[in-house]
Design a binder for this molecule. Structure first.
Ligand code: NAG
Ligand code: NAG
Ligand code: NAG
Ligand code: NAG
Length: 340
């Protein structure tokens, strides 16, 4: 597991960030209710559709797993408590070359992915690339996401997954803000660590190599998702056009976070931890819903420090179009702040 060991080596020049508190952007409870209502309906329709025809053998196995999951956890009306208390630790033996079919056939599907907050730190114009680490220290993790259109129940091919998360000490690249590390450091605008974009394949799957996120004040550990549909890749490895069909945040089991936070350099972060159960976005994405925005995961080695493989299926409304507010834009001459 080369990938696991390598990232642990480069620790030279380490400085501890000064993570601040991020004020959440406002959340529209009314549209969430409508979304959940519609999505629940479409979930039922999808279940029927899959039941009737299935799109392939993998989907059959996936359905079986879904049924098993719901049998185990109780049907459909899950809530925040149940989701945050559910272990997503898989016994599946995986490696970075495990195929999508193996991965998703043995594991439950989360058809429904409610819209979450974009948060204050999306950077538009990031690069299409699978390894987004840029040498950033931390526990390596492979994120594997599968996107399904809840209108058709089919995987969405050629969707561009825009990913971002903070580093081990709770700082995002690409933005300059007093609420994100050292607000006087303009060089952070030009940094791209832990940000990137990948295109889904015929199974609706895209994959990133990144590091397990750290944390900052007021938020649990999370990974951001923007799903672009209809975008085109340009010659400079950025995307243009299309529409944003989904904005969300993905989470990890609390006991996994606890293990990670004990390791270096996560354990140098003195900002107090907000747990999943107390996180307003976890609550917003799970209350009164059947959604489970938590990664399933498996260890790539003996301990978490050897690396992780984490995967999730997101059901999105392919015809929806959202405005994603951005903090900055990456251009050919570096990052440009939207405000200040
Ligand atoms: C996280 O990123 C900030 C900004 O680049 C940096 O100052 C800090 O050293 C990083 N944390 C670690 C552990 O490298
Ligand atoms: C979840 O865990 C919390 C804390 O351990 C506990 O108070 C709560 O009852 C649990 N909820 C469920 C549904 O198991
Ligand atoms: C999907 O998005 C379209 C366009 O916004 C909307 O009309 C439709 O109701 C949405 N479907 C669901 C299931 O939310
Ligand atoms: C990529 O090309 C577009 C179109 O020319 C340009 O606007 C953008 O700044 C470029 N981005 C980077 C990172 O080079």
């Amino acid at each position: 597991m080369q990938f696991g060991k390598l990232a642990l080596l480069a620790m030279a020049g380490l400085a501890i960030g000064h993570p601040g508190v991020h004020e959440p952007t406002s959340y529209n409870a009314v549209s969430k209710k409508t979304f959940l209502h519609n999505a629940r309906r479409s979930l039922d329709q999808c279940a029927d559709h899959l039941e009737r025809r299935g799109f392939n053998a993998r989907a059959k196995a996936r359905r079986a797993a879904t049924v098993a999951k719901y049998q185990k956890r109780g049907i459909l009306t899950r809530d925040t408590d149940k989701v945050v208390n559910t272990s997503h630790h898989s016994s599946l033996d995986v490696s970075p070359s495990t195929s999508a079919s193996e991965l998703f056939s043995k594991n439950p599907v989360c058809i429904l992915a409610p819209e979450g907050e974009v948060g204050p730190f999306w950077v538009k114009g990031e690069l299409v690339r699978s390894d987004v680490r840029d040498g950033e220290d931390g526990i390596p993790i492979i994120l594997d996401g599968q996107f399904i259109d809840i209108n058709t129940c089919e995987p969405i091919q050629d969707l561009y997954w825009d990913v971002w998360n903070c580093n081990t000490t709770g700082v995002y690249s690409g933005v300059q803000s007093s609420e994100n590390g050292n607000g006087n450091d303009a060089t952070n605008l030009d940094k791209t660590f832990l940000r990137g974009i990948q295109k889904t394949d015929a199974d609706g799957v895209a994959q990133f190599k990144t590091i397990f996120p750290g944390h900052y004040g007021g938020r649990t550990t999370h990974v951001h998702v923007i799903a672009h549909i209809g975008a085109e890749e340009q010659s400079n490895k950025t995307i243009s056009g299309g529409h944003v069909a989904h904005i969300g945040q993905l989470f990890f089991d609390q006991d996994l976070i606890t293990q990670v936070e004990k390791t270096y350099p996560y354990n140098t972060n003195t900002v107090s931890i907000t747990e999943n159960a107390d996180d307003h976005v976890v609550v917003a994405e799970t209350e009164d819903s059947n959604s489970d925005p938590f990664f399933e995961y498996a260890l790539l080695g003996e301990t978490v420090e050897d690396g992780l493989f984490a995967w999730i299926t997101m059901g999105v409304n392919g015809s929806a179009s959202y405005d994603a507010s951005r903090a900055a834009t990456l251009t050919s001459s570096g990052g440009v702040s939207e405000s200040d």
